[in-house]
Each structure stands twice: as structure tokens, then as C-alpha cells.
Design a protein around this ligand. Structure first.
Ligand code: PEP
Ligand code: MG
Length: 585
């Protein structure tokens, strides 16, 4: 439209739909800081706040220095120099001095003063292309952000100042960032980093925000305020589209919305195949704000409540009462339908930003202290979760699901903690369900799928987590755009593990569901059903699509096609067989 040339960028199609809006470029590494006026009489107090935050930051950097001192090698040496420079910056630097002057002269709060100082320093050096200067600017930003984080100890509502209809453009967004996005305000998102099955992508789908990730040259092509189209279904981003393109995408957006409205009519109808087999379609949820969409979609229960989202964007973990209240919201709204509460699955791409303390580093690895591993090391944390669930279970049917299980012993340990939680509540004279709610495990580690027979003996139900199962089976990070081409749920190895676990559950006569993103993609429905799965849990917006697919499908024919697919050796052939079957419908 404008004088600028239209730029077309291709990325990964992550969250469907079309968004047309105005770019809000999120500065690399920036964190948001509120800005407000400080009364003259409070200036001294504000300077003291800044002082305290600087002292606290110095202490934190000192702790990092101690850790680095204990290491050997070149990298440790480099890190040592960097942290020394940070300490210098925190003692006497333009950043800290300048912020103090701004508090006095402009009468603004300390975090805003630091933020403004960072922006000023950055723009003063912006014209220089020297990589040494660029690295020093990053250091200044990092030190400034650490101070701001210490000043704003309460959660900041991210992007709250973005005007309605904004398209967020960023290098990377974390799942915690996404959890703070208001879908009423943010129309779409595009970023440089990220994979289609990471939790950032999952949150975008849950909120119904079109999103494209993995666009390498995004930040060099778009400026604040430019018109941007995000086509989350095709994985395309158009910057400065001309009039014709704008019109074309507006029409496509309207068609998608019309189709979704038509599908919404299926809400009251059962997920019944042509040959009369009944299936159960449930919802995956993260936050209470998703509940209206869950109900609108006609979900028959919650098949996965990701409790870790409750631990994000805060400085300390929620206590029993807060978790109980949180869970009660879901149970109340589901009105007698089952809610599957999954215990904390923090780690890998779901950061807890220090909520739990010392274990940060190991939990950051997908193979480290993630999920149940972290919870079993923090027994108190798991027991608190269990007490909250047991109390909430008085208000409606609840199941408890354990993430990242790899061994029978972990289930035994979790059961013991559940028993302890129950005894404590009884001592407090709080009514709890008798028998205790069903305790199930996620099948998302390849070893768990292969040991499904043994796990079925100690579990009340299974939920297949095909996102992690695919990632761990193929050693392809689900949140990394560079290996997105290897991340393939149709790989025979993944399908065999799903089949293996499903058969183990059917033999042991325990319920089994699938709650990975595969479950919400109607392209895969025939295959999953054909493998014997009857319960599918997915992002609410997918429920009508999957229901429509089921209502047009012969379940017996799907089983025959699944059997044929399971004889294949490569995923390309599997995809053809599946797509052919889908096209027959
Ligand atoms: C999965 O791994 O498939 C799953 C449902 O869990 P999450 O996406 O939260 O890791
Ligand atoms: Mg998982």
C-alpha cells in the first residue's frame, strides 16, 4: 500500500488463519517496563529503589561469577571477563548514572528510566556497524534488563501497550510470553525462531492467533508501524502488501471465518462415524481465559490441563489455595465433564524463570530434570499440587496425569506422594474423593511406549503425548525451526510406538487417549482412529474440524487403511496412503 515495496517471507505454518494489522517490532532482548510519573516528594524513594535493584543485581552477578570461577577452559575465561564487565557497569556507568538523572529530571519511575537510558545509548551507537560495539550494546541491554527485572518483581503484562490489531514481530517468543498475550488486542505473530510443535506455537493455536515462525530474514525486512499480513495456514508473511493483495487476503480471511461459523453448528452433535462408532473429543487447555472457546467448541471434557502455565510469569510458585481456586474454575465450567489435570511439566522450552529456584539449568534441557523428574525432586511441590487437585475433586470428576514418565518406579513414587497428600487433607478434616482420582501417565518418552505393558499395570489410564514422543524418537527438537523438516509424526518409528502403547492399554483394559498436536489435525484422524484410539484431546478450535472428519468417515475402513499404513517403511508413502484415504471422503 505504502511507498515501500511489498516483501514476501516464507516460514513455518504454525497457527492457522489470516491476520492483517500493524507491525509492533519487539526489540531483541528487550523486556517491557511500565512507565509512570513519580511525585516530587517520592523522588528520593525512587532513587533508593534504583539503588537497591542495582545492589541486588550486583549480588546476582557475583553468584554467577562464583559459579564460573569453579569452571575451567576458554569459555569459562570469556564468561569471567564478561561478568567482570557487568560488575563494572553496575558500579559506575552511564547506564546507572543516566537513569538516576532521568528519575530526578523527568520524574519517572526507575524501570522506565533504565529503559529510556538503554534506548538512548543504543540509538547513539546505532549507526556504527562495528561488531565489537554491537556486542557491548547487547551487554548494556542485558545488565539493564537484569536491573529492570529486579525492580518489577511483579509480573508485567507483556504487549499491553500494543494497539488493538497489532502484529507482533520478534526474534523469539517464549511460551510464557504467549501466555500473556491478549487475543483481543494482538491479531497475529511472526518470529525468527521457533518450531511448529513447541509450546509457543501450541499457545498461539489455543488463543486462535495466526502465527508464522522460523522466518530467517524477518527482522531486517519489517519496521514498526508497517502493514503486515500473517497467513498462519500457509506460513507466509507479507510486509507492505499492495491494495490488490490486501483485498485478496481480506477475502480469504472472511472465507475462513465463514467456514468456522458453519463448523460451529456441529457443537451439539456427537462425534459419531458413519458406521456408528462413538468417539470422545476433549480439549487441551493452559489458562482459564481459554474456557469460553472450550465450551463453544463442544468439548467433551478436558483431556489435558497443562498446569505449568500457572507457574509462569511470576517470582514464586502458586500455593495450594491458589492452585485449588485455579482448578475449580475449570471444573465448574466443565459442569460434570471430566478434567484431566497434568502435574507440573516444566523444563525444555517451558521455562519457569526461577519460580522453583536452584534447578533452572538442568530443567532447561529436554533430557534433563523435566516434568515428573523435577517434581519428584521437589516432593513438596508435587504434594501441594496433589492436595489442590484432591480438594478440587470434590466439585467434579478429575483425573491426575503425570508427564515425562520413563519408568515404573516414578509412578510408584508419585502414588506415595498422592497418598501422603490425601492423609494430610484427612487430618485437616477436608473431604476427599474415595477412591482417589485415577492416576495416569503420559506416553511421550519412547522408552515409556516400549514399556507400556509394565506401565499399564501401575497406571489407571494413558495419554499419548505425540509431540514429545516424535521429538524424542527422532531426536528433533520440536521448538527448533532448523530441524522442523525432520520432525515427522508420520515416521514409521513414531507410529509403531503409538500402536504399541495403544495395544498395551487395550490389553490391560485401561483408557487411552492422545493429546499431542496430531490429535487436532484432521489429516491424521483416520489413522489414529484406525489404530484403535477412541479419545482425542486437542486445542479447542480443532474440535469441530476433527468432528466433521469423523462424521464423514467409516471407522472400519479407517482401521483397514491404518493396517495398510503400518506395513509401510517410509513416511512419504504413509502420507500418500493417508491423503488418498482422506480424499475419498
Ligand atoms: C505432548 O508432548 O504431546 C504433550 C501433549 O505434552 P506437551 O505438548 O505439553 O509437552
Ligand atoms: Mg509433552
Amino acid at each position: 500500500m505504502g511507498p515501500n515495496k511489498t516483501v514476501f517471507c516464507q516460514g513455518l505454518a504454525v497457527s492457522g488463519g489470516i491476520a492483517i494489522g500493524v507491525a509492533q517490532v519487539r526489540e531483541i532482548g528487550a523486556i517491557e517496563a511500565p512507565e509512570y510519573v513519580v511525585a516530587k516528594s517520592n523522588i528520593a524513594k525512587e532513587l533508593k529503589r534504583l539503588d537497591h535493584a542495582v545492589i541486588l543485581t550486583r549480588r546476582q552477578v557475583r553468584r554467577l561469577q562464583n559459579r564460573v570461577d569453579a569452571l575451567d577452559g576458554e569459555v569459562a575465561k570469556e564468561l569471567g571477563f564478561l561478568l567482570d564487565a557487568y560488575q563494572m557497569m553496575l558500579k559506575d556507568s552511564r547506564l546507572v548514572r543516566g537513569a538516576g538523572i532521568k528519575i530526578v529530571n523527568l520524574r519517572i519511575n526507575a524501570e522506565a528510566a533504565i529503559q529510556r537510558e538503554i534506548t538512548e545509548i543504543s540509538s547513539a551507537f546505532q549507526s556504527m556497524t562495528d561488531s565489537y560495539i554491537a556486542a557491548r550494546l547487547d551487554d548494556i541491554r542485558d545488565v539493564g534488563n537484569r536491573i529492570i527485572r529486579n525492580l518489577t518483581r511483579k509480573p508485567i503484562k507483556r504487549f499491553s501497550s500494543a494497539p488493538k490489531g497489532s502484529i507482533i514481530i520478534a526474534k523469539q517468543l517464549t511460551p510464557a510470553d504467549m501466555a500473556q498475550i491478549d487475543p483481543e488486542r494482538i491479531a497475529g505473530v511472526a518470529s525468527v525462531l521457533g518450531g511448529a510443535e513447541g509450546h509457543t506455537a501450541i499457545m498461539a493455536r489455543a488463543l486462535g492467533i495466526p502465527m508464522v515462525l522460523g522466518i530467517e530474514n524477518l527482522l531486517t525486512n519489517v519496521k514498526n508501524g508497517e502493514t503486515v499480513i500473517v497467513d498462519g495456514s500457509a506460513g507466509e508473511v507479507l510486509i507492505n502488501p499492495d491494495k490488490t493483495k490486501l483485498e485478496q487476503y481480506r477475502r480469504r480471511r472472511d472465507t475462513i471465518q465463514r467456514k468456522n461459523r458453519q463448523l460451529a453448528r456441529l457443537r451439539q452433535l456427537p462425534a459419531l462415524s458413519i458406521d456408528g462408532t462413538q468417539f470422545q473429543l476433549m480439549a487441551n487447555v493452559e489458562l482459564p481465559m481459554e474456557l469460553p472457546t472450550v465450551l463453544q467448541a463442544g468439548a467433551e471434557g478436558i483431556g489435558l490441563l497443562r498446569s505449568e502455565f500457572m507457574f509462569m510469569n511470576r517470582n514464586s510458585p502458586p500455593d495450594e489455595e491458589e492452585q485449588y481456586q485455579h482448578l475449580c474454575k475449570f471444573i465448574k465450567d466443565m459442569n460434570g465433564q471430566q478434567v484431566t489435570f497434568r502435574s507440573l511439566d516444566i523444563g525444555a522450552d517451558k521455562s519457569h524463570q526461577g519460580t522453583i529456584g536452584e534447578l533452572d539449568d538442568s530443567a532447561a534441557s529436554a533430557l534433563g530434570l523435566r516434568g515428573i523428574r523435577l517434581a519428584l525432586l521437589n516432593e513438596g511441590l508435587l504434594e501441594t499440587q496433589f492436595r489442590a487437585v484432591l480438594r478440587a475433586a470434590a466439585h467434579g470428576p478429575v483425573r491426575i496425569l503425570l508427564p515425562m514418565i520413563s519408568a515404573v518406579g516414578e509412578v510408584h513414587k508419585a502414588k506415595k506422594i498422592l497418598g501422603k497428600a490425601a492423609r494430610k487433607l484427612k487430618r485437616r478434616k477436608i473431604a476427599i474423593p474415595e477412591p482417589l482420582p485415577p492416576l495416569g501417565v503420559m506416553i511421550e518418552v519412547p522408552g515409556a511406549a516400549l514399556a507400556a505393558d509394565a506401565l499399564a499395570q501401575v497406571s489407571d489410564f494413558f495419554a499419548i503425548g505425540s509431540n514429545d514422543l516424535t521429538m524424542y524418537t527422532l531426536a528433533a527438537d520440536r521448538a527448533n525451526e532448523h530441524v522442523a523438516h525432520l520432525y515427522d509424526p508420520l515416521h514409521p518409528a513414531v507410529l509403531r510406538l503409538i500402536q504399541f502403547a495403544t495395544n498395551a492399554a487395550l490389553r490391560a483394559r485401561i483408557p487411552i487417549s492422545i493429546c499431542g498436536e496430531m490429535a487436532g489435525d484432521s489429516r491424521f484422524t483416520a489413522l489414529l482412529i484406525g489404530l484403535g484410539l477412541h479419545e482425542l484431546s486437542m486445542t479447542p478450535a480443532s474440535i469441530p474440524h476433527v468432528k466433521q472428519r469423523i462424521r464423514n468417515m467409516d471407522a472400519a475402513a479407517a482401521a483397514a487403511r491404518a493396517a495398510l499404513i503400518m506395513d509401510q517403511k517410509d513416511s512419504a508413502r504413509i502420507a500418500v496412503l493417508l491423503d488418498d484415504f482422506n480424499n475419498l471422503a
